[in-house]
Design a protein around this ligand. Structure first.
Ligand code: PGA
Length: 251
């Protein structure tokens, strides 16, 4: 049975551990369908506490460094995450590309290290509104995906998930059309096919992310090309997110 992935990206929220635990507990008390993997990605500072109370929910980080350890002030290494029981890490999110000046080269280094130590990585790719208008969306997806995967081998790619997250759709309330999300997902699969062959491409999990909410989420996961969602804003709203979890259970 193929799994669907519902991934909550809490970004830089909430501001207290008490709130983080309350939100987390409201999700962990929900029944989750066997074929759905729920992954919560809180800020680093809450990972340990939430890992301790997580049962059916997996925990993910929102970033990790490209070295295992050393003199890198302020960095968190993927080995540290793994040793804490964290299973997933989001890499290359557009907000890190924008606010932390992360380049494709840097994301590639982080991805290789995270996969190398055995974390499952969720790589985010997506175009800006200008790039979409200019008609260069495919070039951007191709560039970001190829660059991120340089030096990644076929075995490691089994631990990779790719999220198509058009930047213009993130946090704007303007979700991408289902057709465009599918077409982007299939395009990414073709890139993986060209590098790693059919089997790897078939098995690769592609997610959609960008202004997903309880009103629009169902249509994306109905499509075979997309195997789940990366959800920001709506994952901080317990009522919204529980609706998505509950209905995914019944889907
Ligand atoms: P959003 O964010 O759901 O708030 O648009 C998605 C994301 O940035 O991963």
């Amino acid at each position: 049975m193929k799994k669907n992935f519902i991934i909550a990206n809490w970004k830089c929220n909430p501001t207290t551990l008490t709130e983080a635990k309350r939100l987390f507990n409201s999700y962990s008390s929900q029944k989750i369908k066997n074929n759905t993997q729920l992954i919560i990605c809180p800020p680093f500072i809450y990972l340990e506490a939430l890992s301790r109370i997580a049962k059916k929910i997996s925990i993910g980080a929102q970033d990790s460094f490209w070295e295992e350890k050393g003199a890198y002030t302020g960095q968190i290494s993927p080995v540290m995450l793994k040793n804490l029981g964290v299973k997933y890490v989001i890499l290359g999110h557009s907000e890190r590309r924008k606010y932390a000046s992360e380049t494709d080269e840097l994301i590639n280094k982080k991805l290789k290290m995270a996969l190398g130590v055995g974390l499952k990585a969720i790589l985010c790719v997506g175009e800006t509104l200008e790039e979409k208008k200019r008609g260069t969306m495919h070039n951007i997806l191709s560039h970001q995906t190829h660059k991120a995967l340089q030096g990644v081998n076929r075995k490691q790619i089994k631990n990779l998930i790719i999220a198509y997250e058009p930047i213009w759709a993130i946090g704007t309330g303007k979700a991408c059309s289902i057709q465009d999300a599918i077409s982007a997902g299939l395009f990414i699969k073709r890139i993986i096919f060209s590098r790693f062959g059919r089997k790897t491409a078939d098995e690769l999990v592609i997610l959609y992310g960008g202004s997903v909410n309880s009103q629009n989420y169902a249509a994306y996961i109905k499509e075979a090309a997309l195997r789940g969602l990366l959800i920001g804003g709506a994952s901080l709203d317990a009522r919204e997110f529980i609706k998505i979890i509950e209905e995914t259970r019944g889907a």
